[in-house]
Design a protein around this ligand. Structure first.
Ligand code: SAM
Length: 275
């Protein structure tokens, strides 16, 4: 039988992969969760029909959402990840030599469980001595913390369901308060081709609180349009400067990528230009 999975990336565009097996389909308390085996990308995790991660290209997203902040902050000892229940960002954070403790706050324990079962390369750090895994709403968790973290990483789903408030200026303000005096916030901010509105509002919202706000890009084949953005807010340190130069032996990130990912095509610079 010829089986395919399709993510409707826009109302007029579908991204389809031939699948060899459906491994899990479940309605959790928060979202529809599926794990399938694809021919092209290996195992794929989908939430509410949207591709979250795949075996073949997960490294780009997970290295890029973590390493820019981890390598431009002089002492990234205490890290907080909101979302990221697959464990990929946690794996990168705990492997960084300067990180002492990384807390992951995921709202849906079924995502953590699915990753444990089907994505050993992502979930391998849940039991790391530097890792603390909390199942709770990230918004509530951040609201109750003050002046505690060097870096906060928001590895969220698209701005639907429980993730809507993770894209609000109020939440960024609460992240600012939960960070130490020289802290940094990184959020995934979607595709510049298809989600200019999300980028605009994330950038504007972060800029309201953080004196330094920048956007950077990475190529991720299974995400809508293949070009993905991240927005970073910093209280003090320039995120464009890679100051921790240890060779981390990664697959996508290196010093040249760190320097070049902030160079934006004109149409992307225009998205974040002041009105
Ligand atoms: N890399 C992904 C992407 O951009 O497609 C994100 C993957 S990660 C699995 C996103 C996670 O954020 C999901 O597991 C979801 O349950 C979690 N999440 C959504 N809203 C949340 C909230 N308010 N607090 C904590 N976690 C949340």
């Amino acid at each position: 039988m010829d089986l395919w999975v399709t993510e409707y990336q826009t109302p007029s565009l579908g991204f389809s992969c031939r699948i060899t097996e459906t491994l899990k389909v479940e309605q959790t308390q928060f979202q529809h969760l599926a794990v399938v085996e694809t021919e092209q990308f290996g195992k794929m995790l989908l939430l509410d029909g949207m591709v979250m991660t795949t075996d073949a290209d997960e490294y780009v997203y997970h290295e890029m959402i973590t390493m820019i902040a981890l390598n431009s902050h002089p002492h990234p000892q205490k890290v907080l990840i909101i979302g990221g229940g697959d464990g990929g960002a946690l794996r990168e954070a705990v492997n960084h030599p300067l990180v002492e403790k990384c807390t992951l706050v995921e709202i849906d324990d079924r995502v953590i469980e699915a990753s444990r079962q089907y994505f050993p390369q992502l979930s391998c750090s849940f039991t790391d001595p530097k890792a603390v895994v909390v199942v709770e709403d990230g918004i509530k968790f951040v609201r109750e913390r003050k002046n505690e973290f060097d870096i906060i990483i928001v590895d969220s789903t698209e701005p639907v369901g429980p993730a809507v408030a993770l894209f609000s200026a109020d939440f960024y303000q609460e992240c600012f308060a939960a960070l130490k005096d020289d802290g940094m916030l990184v959020v995934q901010s979607e595709s510049p081709f298809f989600n200019a509105d999300v980028i605009k509002s994330a950038y504007k919202g972060i800029k309201q609180s953080f004196p330094i706000t920048k956007l950077y890009l990475a190529s991720i084949p299974t995400y809508p349009s293949g070009l993905w953005s991240f927005t970073i807010g910093s209280k003090k340190h320039d995120p464009e400067k890679p100051i921790n130069k240890k060779d981390l032996n990664l697959k996508y990130y290196n010093e040249s990528i760190h320097l070049s990912c902030f160079k934006l095509p004109n149409f992307v610079s225009n998205i974040i230009k002041e009105d």
